[in-house]
Design a protein around this ligand. Sequence first.
Ligand SMILES: *[C@@H]1O[C@H](CO)[C@@H](O)[C@H](O)[C@H]1NC(C)=O
Ligand SMILES: *[C@@H]1O[C@H](CO)[C@@H](O)[C@H](O)[C@H]1NC(C)=O
Ligand SMILES: *[C@@H]1O[C@H](CO)[C@@H](O)[C@H](O)[C@H]1NC(C)=O
Ligand SMILES: *[C@@H]1O[C@H](CO)[C@@H](O)[C@H](O)[C@H]1NC(C)=O
Ligand SMILES: *[C@@H]1O[C@H](CO)[C@@H](O)[C@H](O)[C@H]1NC(C)=O
Ligand SMILES: CC(=O)N[C@H]1CO[C@H](CO)[C@@H](O)[C@@H]1O
Length: 585
Amino acid sequence: MMGKTIGLLLIAFALCQLSRGERDWWENGNFYQIYPRSFKDSNGDGIGDLIGILEKLDYVKDIGMNGVWLSPIFQSPMADFGYDISDYTKVQPEYGTSEDLLALIDKAHSLGLHLILDFVPNHTSDEHEWFQRSIANDSYYRDFYIWHDGVINATTGKRQPPSNWISQFRYSAWEWNEQRQQYYLHQFGVKQPDLNYRNPNVVEEMNNVLRYWLARGIDGFRIDAVPFLFEADIDPATGTYPDEPVIADTSSCPDPDDWCHLNHIYTNSLPEIFNIVYQWRKVVDEWKREHNTDTKVLLTEAYTSFENLMRMYGDGVHNGSHIPFNFEMMAELNNKSTASDYDYYVRHWLDNMPAGVYANWVLGNHDNPRLASRFGAQRADLMNIFLQTLPGIAVTYNGEEYGLEDGYVSWEESVDPQACNADPSTYLKYSRDPERTPFLWDNTKNAGFSTADRTWLPVGQSYETNNIEAQYAADNSHLKIFKTLTKLRKSEPAFTDGDYKSAVGDGWLAYARKASSGSPHIVIVNIGDSKVTLNFNELFDNISANLEVVTSSLQSGLANGQSVDASAFEAQPYNGYVLRVKSEE
Ligand SMILES: *[C@@H]1O[C@H](CO)[C@@H](O)[C@H](O)[C@H]1NC(C)=O
Ligand SMILES: *[C@@H]1O[C@H](CO)[C@@H](O)[C@H](O)[C@H]1NC(C)=O
Ligand SMILES: *[C@@H]1O[C@H](CO)[C@@H](O)[C@H](O)[C@H]1NC(C)=O
Ligand SMILES: *[C@@H]1O[C@H](CO)[C@@H](O)[C@H](O)[C@H]1NC(C)=O
Ligand SMILES: *[C@@H]1O[C@H](CO)[C@@H](O)[C@H](O)[C@H]1NC(C)=O
Ligand SMILES: CC(=O)N[C@H]1CO[C@H](CO)[C@@H](O)[C@@H]1O
């Protein structure tokens, strides 16, 4: 009995120590996703580049970020905008040179920013030297990819692919190679052969790619498409790969050439994927230890089950991803969501994540309409207020900090393969170009993005009066609200350490964040279209009579520092608010 009590006390003590300790740079991090093609063009070719990013890093620092991840910049034939890599150690020429990247790393470090590269391990380009040597049957590279003779169809007597697997881009995932006289597997495009992670040499080569960039000062990696790293192995009984079953209800995906037509039990989220994430974590942890550097972080992208996401963090024995991207809100919240939905997705992650890790929140990226377009311009600040005041790590897609909306891109100007595969009447439903249009820096030509006469995507919206420069100059703006939020997150104990206690009503969500030091804060997001009057003393146990506004949506009509009535606070439709409990003196 005695022993047990002491044990519990020790645990409580250890937890207090943990919460009082200095935070590592990423632990309450504010991460910023830069889409390099659209951020800033330094050489006038109409395409954003690394030197452009370097020129604008002061801005990234100024808005309160501490981690920056770049969408892919490695050498690529650009069959899929850089997600098809032909050399993991070279920069795609239109973005600059390796020297430019080293200069960018240096500049980032001089500003206290950490730079993270996008790592696409699920496959290489077919133009990658490894694949060329694999085709040539060069002994070391022979099994770097997944090759098979195929099977002979008993009816036709003809050779056909070894299994019924379908590519994400439609049709068979197996492609015949004339030279090698075998099929290779590609879960994405024909030009993107899948690597064979059952080959220890592949695993080691990929570890070496990580080490190559760690040696050059990179602070971590965002790892793409983790669930696709492994497929079922050959079944020794048949000598080939197992067919995947057709989905139960084919009415949801009737075309047998579509990826969604099969149930991906042999090609997606196999248990082996966790081991590979755990061993990448070992690589970055070892690097830190052996070279005495800042923590090198792993961010993982995986559209998989919630249980699998939790397992990415680690399995109790191994540590895994520092930040398994949490896309639940991005995928599930839309204009029809209720306030309970918002609260649900906060709690779902917080209540289920393992002990000792950090939550993370992602609302937007380069594959989804920008927040101000998805939820309406009047909710732009509300969404940022929500994201920045949750416990853990926030990830912002570039442009959303100043309420940027999607740009208009005509059919003629479209470049996204998803748009081009559609037709002029439907392309807008598929196109991701609108959320990739250039950044609006100022009111000069092309919004200061580029001096070129033609930019890779049009500057898709009017920028003469609404741009970064104008938002800095204004008394208040989306950008200024955002800066207030990032500062709060960094310095207020309520936001660095506080708990999350919420109350939900029709259209609104309110939460109190309170730590053992500093002032408690209350956040209100009135998602709905009607005004509500809230009594915080009822909702949060007489939290305080004295509340003041720290920041609120641009259109709220409230000034920062203004006192408000805690027992009858009026929240306007589409508005978000951060309130602070004033000390009693
Ligand atoms: C053999 O080929 C025929 C004709 O293409 C096809 O209908 C059938 O499904 C094939 N059999 C197998 C086992 O794949
Ligand atoms: C590839 O190499 C293996 C082992 O040396 C050999 O058995 C096979 O026939 C070769 N294939 C081709 C197409 O040269
Ligand atoms: C996992 O991370 C925790 C917290 O940083 C650390 O204490 C532990 O030693 C790590 N475990 C392994 C196997 O590296
Ligand atoms: C969502 O609602 C807002 C506010 O009513 C509106 O401005 C916006 O266009 C809507 N967005 C979509 C994608 O329906
Ligand atoms: C809050 O204050 C009211 C009025 O003073 C009191 O009746 C109530 O019991 C208090 N509630 C709590 C939870 O302290
Ligand atoms: C999840 C996912 O789609 N990951 C990447 C793997 O590779 C393809 C093809 O290059 C990319 O489009 C994906 O983004």
